[in-house]
Design a protein around this ligand. Structure first.
Ligand SMILES: Nc1nc2c(ncn2[C@@H]2O[C@H](COP(=O)(O)OP(=O)(O)OP(=O)(O)O)[C@@H](O)[C@H]2O)c(=O)[nH]1
Ligand SMILES: [Mg+2]
Length: 290
């Protein structure tokens, strides 16, 4: 990958992480939220530092954005590593019951542990933790069954820590997305950019769009990526499988057809189309067995 370095660590996230490290010891349960299109890139490299002996539920959100086949393959991959993700679509409220059940199950074992230590039972404290824009706040609203926190289409919507008390005896903490201060893995950083999980200021849009075309060409044959080259070619009237010399030549040709030759606007359009699912349910990461 030969593009300008992708880097994003806004001040509000740095501040929030500091506050989070002050309250993390009071948390009993971490509900980790990832993005179904990139379940590995949205796994925080320092996650264990946050979990540290707490109960942990792995939630993979945006299940509507990948194919059921992809979800099945990921489940096999995670299960082989003794991990059991719960998939959900927090936008439409699918898969929420299972997450609530898992949180309640954790609650009873946390209660038992407190009682066995002679401590009083109190509401358990759960933190939703994950990268920006993966849908943490949307999930909280679904669990709470009403709109209690802001959730919107932009990385960095939640700016402060906020506790939500649920009648079921669980206090939920909504927090801004956390992200490593230095995005060392630039392949993951590119995936975060493509999925809109980091701010636009972090990257140069044209080079990211070119990388997107490269990824599509590479993943095209993998069933789990669920790419329809025909759908993409038809949408823009430019064949994405053959007949273009390079990814930038494809963008140039698409730009001449759709954005009066403006390649920057075309790059933006392409990425927005991907994010709005106009190109199908494409997964940018697929399980690799080795
Ligand atoms: N298609 C789809 N969209 C979702 C899903 N979950 C959330 N969204 C949308 O994604 C956008 C971001 O959701 P938020 O809940 O604000 O994400 P967040 O993780 O709290 O983001 P930050 O507060 O910025 O860290 C919103 O427009 C949601 O409606 C989902 O499962 N599927
Ligand atoms: Mg939020």
């Amino acid at each position: 990958m030969d593009i300008p370095k992708i880097q994003w660590y806004p001040g509000h996230i740095a501040k929030a992480e500091k506050k989070l490290s002050e309250v993390i010891n009071k948390v009993d349960l971490v509900i980790e939220v990832r993005d179904a299109r990139i379940p590995l890139s949205t796994g925080h490299p320092h996650l264990n530092k946050w979990i540290n002996n707490k109960k942990h539920i792995l939630v993979i959100n945006r299940s509507d954005m990948v194919s059921p086949h992809t979800i099945n393959s990921w489940n096999k991959w995670f299960n082989a590593k003794d991990q059991y993700p719960l998939w959900c679509d927090a936008k439409r409220g699918i898969g929420i019951k299972e997450i609530c059940k898992s949180a309640k199950d954790s609650r009873s074992s946390i209660d038992d542990r407190r009682l066995s230590r002679g401590m009083r039972i109190r509401p358990i404290r759960a933190l939703t933790l994950g990268f920006p824009n993966v849908g943490k706040s949307a999930l909280i609203n679904r669990i709470a069954k009403k709109r209690v926190v802001d959730s919107a289409r932009k990385a960095g919507v939640t700016r402060n820590l906020r506790w939500i008390k649920l009648e079921s005896g669980i206090d939920l903490l909504d927090a801004p997305g956390v992200i490593p201060p230095n995005l060392e893995d630039q392949k993951s950083a590119l995936n975060l950019a493509l999925c809109d999980d980091i701010g636009e200021a972090a990257y140069e849009i044209e080079s990211v769009a070119i990388e997107f075309i490269k990824i599509i060409s590479t993943l095209n044959k993998d069933k789990n990526a669920n790419i329809s080259a025909k759908q993409i070619s038809n949408r823009y009237g430019v064949d994405i499988t053959k007949g273009f010399k390079s990814p930038s030549a494809w963008i140039n040709e698409a730009a001449s057809k759709h954005t009066s030759g403006d390649t920057r606007r075309m790059s933006h359009k392409l990425l927005e189309d991907y994010r709005n699912q106009m190109l199908g349910k494409i997964a940018l990461e697929v399980p690799l067995w080795n």
